[in-house]
Design a protein around this ligand. Structure first.
Ligand code: ATP
Ligand code: MG
Length: 361
């Protein structure tokens, strides 16, 4: 079976270091590893509209932002297919049939949907499209017969939902769909990067992000304003590193050789953490180091973005070509699905013969 990746992002804003840690960095690595036969990276505009129906312009404006972030991180149109979800109508048709395989109570139990409903104050009136987005996500994944979905931890319940749909479909109609596996980052800190405000997840919707396209000065300001251990008031106080976003970011991004360059008093992160825990190490010093670490990671991304920004029509052209290529793959899967469901009436000569015999024998 070919090894296929499908993953993507909602164009509800520019991408942030949470996306980068949780999924984007891994995608680029997987792309460059050469071990995958096909890689599909989707800008999920239709999904973004499920909770942004009244802000279509926000979604429209952010498509190019996400595409620029992709290209500046090293996703390459030569190695990956970059596509826009709404340009693949076959995905809607697949969703429509999958809806029959999922119950309302199963969707209500999905913990990610639950917390997202809460976050958006949708408790009283959830848009139907938003409520059913895990089903449309199953269509996205299965349309490309993806075997591997590299995502952050928050997406686990979504992939489980997809796997259930695949199993149910294949049991009823025959083996057509591929059950995907999740690929989570190995680094625990990257599973769900917290916000600069200390909230559990850095998220566009929570306004607590460091964006990949932030300027050097913006990144510095955000790092210096970060939430840390609220009980670490004086430099001499012992501090807590667990759950402290500054240290979580260091876990996610710091490489040992960066100490020699920016903070030679410490050999590695363990020593820095030990000092903080004992007391006598101030937040400002740690934040200054984190700023250096992040700037080193983000500077090449920023400068690559500047290059791509000079030719926006070329970026749209990449998305157009990618969407066309992706559509062919999705159309083939839809054909397979309809054939398995036996709703391909006009291609089904056996059915036509059977019915005509019924009336003429
Ligand atoms: P929204 O608030 O619009 O849902 P988001 O910031 O949650 O935006 P998505 O587009 O929903 O971003 O997520 C895209 C991908 O990035 C998913 O694979 C998700 O798991 C991953 N991701 C998003 N935020 C984080 C984070 N803070 N840490 C790790 N991974 C993340
Ligand atoms: Mg999200």
């Amino acid at each position: 079976m070919p090894k296929v990746i499908l993953t993507g992002d909602r164009p509800t804003g520019r991408l942030h270091v949470g996306h980068y840690a949780g999924s984007l960095k891994e995608r680029v690595k997987l792309q460059n590893s050469g071990i995958y036969d096909k890689i599909f990276i989707m800008i999920a505009d239709a999904q973004a509209l499920t909770d942004n129906a009244e802000q279509p312009e926000k979604v429209r404006q952010n498509i190019i932002e996400v595409a620029l972030d992709y290209l500046s991180c090293g996703l390459s149109p030569d190695l990956s297919t970059l596509l826009i979800q709404s340009q693949i109508p076959e995905l809607c048709e697949l969703s429509f049939y999958y809806m029959n395989l999922v119950t309302v109570s199963r969707l209500q139990r999905n913990p990610t949907v639950k917390s997202e409903i809460q976050m958006r104050n949708f408790e009283a009136s959830i848009p139907v499209g938003f409520f059913t987005y895990p089903i449309s996500q199953a269509a996205d994944i299965t349309a490309f017969k993806a075997t591997t979905v590299p995502v952050g931890e928050d997406q686990l319940p979504m992939i489980e939902q997809t796997r259930e749909i695949v199993r149910k479909f294949n049991t009823i109609y025959g083996d057509v769909l591929v059950e995907p596996d999740v690929l989570l980052p190995d680094n625990k800190a990257c599973l769900r990067l917290p916000g600069i405000d200390g909230k559990a997840k850095m998220s566009k919707s929570l306004n607590n992000c460091i964006y990949l396209s932030d300027t050097e000065e913006e990144v510095r300001k955000k790092v210096m304003s970060m939430f840390t251990d609220p009980n670490h008031l004086q430099v001499s106080d012992p501090g807590q590193v667990e759950g402290n976003p500054v240290f979580i970011y260091l876990d996610a991004f710091c490489k040992e050789e960066m100490f020699a360059e920016y903070l030679p008093e410490y050999a590695n992160l363990e020593e820095l953490k030990a000092h903080y825990t004992r007391g006598g190490l101030g937040d400002v010093k740690v934040k200054k180091f984190l700023n250096k670490v992040l700037q080193e990671e983000l500077a090449p991304i920023r400068s690559k973005r500047k290059e791509w920004e000079k030719d926006i029509p070329a970026v749209y052209e990449i998305l157009r070509k990618g969407s066309m290529a992706a559509r062919e793959v999705a159309a083939q899967t839809l054909d397979d699905v309809k054939k398995a469901m036996k709703i391909n009436y006009f291609d089904d000569q056996a059915l036509i013969t059977e019915q005509s015999e019924k009336y003429h024998s």
